[in-house]
Design a protein around this ligand. Structure first.
Ligand code: PLP
Length: 389
């Protein structure tokens, strides 16, 4: 009987998406997968409907509708003055950051190249690297503040290093990399002629510090592939519309790979994207303030239930350690217990590590949810509380 490739055998199914299926089965409050349970801005829905009615229903240009690429370039330069983006040669519209990251890696990396990945990491990057034939070199972010050990990072760069993945704000830790850390990463990229693959999808969800795109550091625009998406900023994870900004040289490769992978992202939703990226600045201020409120609603409930909480400075996840509640269980068993009773779905920590033992006592909660949903989760979590001796 035909079997699957050696490549496909090297990684498992997504644990995050599996937890969502378990949540549905058990009627649990789903704080596993990072998608909002509230509506997207009404302007976006109106724009998408108008685009369908205007018969924008056929393939867009493979690397993105001109109006949308123009809006991406304009929004990027408006948000980060000094970062100038040519919409005609430096932007590729893709089916979400997910496709953006793998298309970029396939376009830039060759089999045997090494790519540095901070761990814990968003679980897609491992398979992305493997499917590109590259070898991930993991560098640990150290608790409690997820700091970089400069010597460890330097040691991960070698003659085969061709790239590094940087996610800031970071999933799953909520770390926002500061300028000093970014300068170190930029120095290493320049020294080793490596490409930085930045995942900027949480750029507007920051509670402390600021998001500094790596591409804006001196000499980095030409060696940064900046992956971004509408998913998180505009609460439309199901639309599957994202973009990649890179030098024209790298973009020419990314566009070819993207074309043969997917041909293009949904044409009517790219039109709605023009409206999204033209929203005024106060949209982003409100987005961050609303997420701060959600974070501040969930964290005390987790602490009261006995979790050790690593307070996130950005993105919409919180890493926790449950050893104070049950030191015996491993993360997968604990997540299973939690989804069954009291009925809250979260993601086992080991799925964010190459060395599963590092995540053995950890579990990640996502909070892009209505306050009512977070209140329901908090009520359930209260049932976990260890009774006073
Ligand atoms: N990158 C990170 C760091 C994420 O956390 C996620 C989703 O959770 C994605 C990419 C997926 O983005 P998209 O929906 O644009 O494919």
């Amino acid at each position: 009987m035909p079997g699957i490739s050696a490549k496909a055998q090297t990684f498992g199914e997504s644990v995050i998406r599996d937890m969502t299926r378990m949540a549905i089965r058990h009627g649990a409050v789903n704080l596993a997968q990072g998608f909002p349970d509230f509506p997207c801005p009404p302007e976006l829905k109106a724009a998408a409907k108008a685009a369908l009615d205007a018969d924008i229903n056929q393939y867009a240009i493979t690397w993105g509708a001109k109006r949308f690429r123009d809006a991406i370039a304009a929004k990027t330069s408006r948000t980060y003055p000094g970062w100038s983006v040519d919409p005609d040669t430096q932007v590729t519209v893709v089916c979400g950051a997910t496709e953006g990251m793998i298309a970029a890696m396939l376009a830039v990396l060759d089999p045997g190249d090494e790519i540095v990945v901070f761990e814990p990491f968003y679980e897609n990057y491992g398979p992305d690297a493997i499917l590109s034939g590259a070898v991930p070199r993991y560098v640990t972010l150290h608790e409690p503040d997820w700091s970089i050990d400069e010597a460890e990072l330097r040691a991960a760069f070698g003659p085969k290093t061709r790239g590094i993945v940087l996610t800031s704000p970071h999933n799953p830790t909520g770390k926002v990399f500061d300028r000093r850390e970014l300068e170190l990463i930029a120095d290493l990229c320049r020294e080793h002629d490596a490409v930085a693959f930045t995942d900027d999808i949480y750029e507007h969800i920051v509670y402390a510090g600021e998001h500094i795109p790596l591409a804006t550091l001196p000499g980095m625009a030409e060696r940064t592939v900046a992956v971004n998406s509408m998913s998180k900023t505009y609460s439309v994870t199901g639309w599957r519309v994202g973009w990649v900004i890179a030098s024209s040289e790298l973009t020419s490769g990314i566009r070819k790979v993207h074309d043969f992978l997917t041909v293009g992202a949904a044409a009517p939703l790219q039109e709605a994207g023009v409206v999204a990226l033209s929203l005024p600045d106060d949209y982003y201020a409100t987005l961050a303030a609303d997420y701060r409120e959600r974070r501040d609603a969930l964290l005390p409930a987790l602490e009261a239930a006995g979790f050790r909480v690593y307070v996130p400075d950005g993105a919409y996840y919180v890493m926790t350690d449950f050893s104070g509640i049950d030191p015996e269980l491993d993360d997968v068993s604990f997540a299973r217990r939690l989804v069954e009773d009291p009925g809250v779905a979260a993601v086992p920590g080991s799925s964010f590590y190459s060395r599963p033992e590092l995540g053995r006592s950890k579990i990640r909660f996502a909070f892009p949810k209505r306050l009512e949903t977070l209140a329901a989760a908090s009520e359930r979590l209260a049932r976990l509380r260890v009774p006073a001796a």
